[in-house]
Design a protein around this ligand. Sequence first.
Ligand code: G6P
Length: 612
Amino acid sequence: MCGIVGYTGRAQAAPILLYGLERLEYRGYDSAGITVNSGTLQTVKASGRLANLAALTNNGADLHGNCGIGHTRWATHGEPTDNNAHPHVASSGQISIVHNGIIENYRKLKDWLLARGVAFQSETDTEVVSQLIDYYYEGDLLAAVRKAIYKLEGSYALGIVAADAPDTIIAVRKDSPLIAAVTDGEAFIASDVTAIIKYCREVIYLDDNTIAVITPGNITCYNKYGKVQDLTPVTIDWDIEAAQKGGYAHFMLKEINEQPKVLRDTLAGRIVADAAGARVDLSDAGLTPEVLQAVRKVHIVGCGSAYHAGVVAKYQLEGFARIPCEVTLASEFRYSSPVVLPGTLCVVISQSGETSDSIAALREAKALGVSTLAVVNVRGSTIAREADYILYTNAGPEIAVATSKAYSAQVAAMTLLAVALAEFNSGAKRENLQAVLNDLIKLPDLEEQILSDISLVQLAASRYFNHSSVFFIGRGLDYAAALEASLKLKEISYIHSEAYAGGELKHGTISLIEPGTLVIAVAACTKLAEKIESNIKEVKTRGAEVLTITTSSLSKNFTDCGDILIEIPDTHELLTPLLTALPLQLFAYYTALNNGCDIDKPRNLAKSVTVE
Ligand code: G6P
């Protein structure tokens, strides 16, 4: 989604803005632009990749001035043309703005301004904001911004500059992420930390409805009543190297390979030993035994891969912890009049903590009066701040648009929740808990083992990369894993793929199987091995080529029914999605690589979906 960066200080602004925009590229965009303010506003915009903007500005060297704003746009209102790119400069040439979000009442406001003689240059909702601020501007930028935002409906993070205030940026936030940071003699705004971590480690997460006045070395924040707010900075505990490729060809490959470390970080301090053995301790999330004992049902919401992590968790929570669990897409939850009974723990899973639909679902759950738990990666994000309890996934910065390590950290965190609920809520037998925890502790080593030899995955990707349609099948937890595997493949390789519960094949999908169709079977669940074996035979008989992912001890069941068989090491059944994920992510990666796709920045997709 759109990315914002702003700088004011003693250095030339343009190179800092271009650098920040490059760091925000991963969020997904289709055009970019910057305004540098030197008493006059110099604005350059270009559709396509950031390299076009860099070329037009001689890498920023052609624009002189110490204050400016920049933007990467992910088109919503109006095509991704130069003209629709941000910043949007008002007709007077005095005001320039960048915006993330959607102005829902822009038509009404546009008509209102048109009736007052304002001429528009673009098809965007955003231009309404620059023209409106300009309309109210009488030399006091803050006053004009206040008047303008009073009229806005929708979501917005805004960076605003005025020609006659050449060292000032005004930042505004409502339902769209925005951070600010100050160093000696300089100040920044950005959509997220990656854009500015090179310059500062302490950042302020602006609250909703905050207006911040940013000048060199100073930030003053006001709440919606105009009262000065004292916002506490958050210290970022990772450095710039964590957000760089570190020798890997792509961020996605790096992030897949980081999973053993991430798993160790997600588990760290949360599995403790007492006289009776290991147990889960989620007190860092506020989930004390008393809180867990009060849970009667879990209702999980999320989007994309986070939703799939929720589907894995449903099987774990119901199968192992024996707690009723429902999983709903966050975009459906908010409009489905959900029946959420007392005693429900609503769990919002989100890597970014800024997904618009997930934020709305969280607020809906809170309005319904139930407890909420955020399973979130980004510290200080909106979902983390608004939920009652926060279980951080500790995956570190994830840059590739298609998630890998953040997804598996979500699965690991939810596994801990399932084990904790099994102990404190359902009174599961200690030996059953031990069996899971003993294997969970060993899991990072098993992940390393899988990652140390990926030749079969590479072989499969080189054999199948030119298929135009792929079907994933699985049962139980393997079905949940298949949902995510299918999404991964289609996201980055643009190959059509669908995931089906194996038992559903005969109810329709099997009509699509013909000689040469690729079917990928996830078969790691012992109790369902014979069932999925039958499903594999059904498609094989009809000419399908089958790639099977199974465990070492189940592999003998599948030697005569698959074309390529990839084994993962044996582990507790509850944990298999954490291992099957690795070859499935790598298959998607190498298939996309063989197809020459832009793996880290797939077309049309955004890392963080901050609009509805
Ligand atoms: C986007 C990303 C997905 C992600 C989903 C939810 O679609 O491309 O990788 O799973 O949003 O994002 P969240 O930050 O809420 O986990």
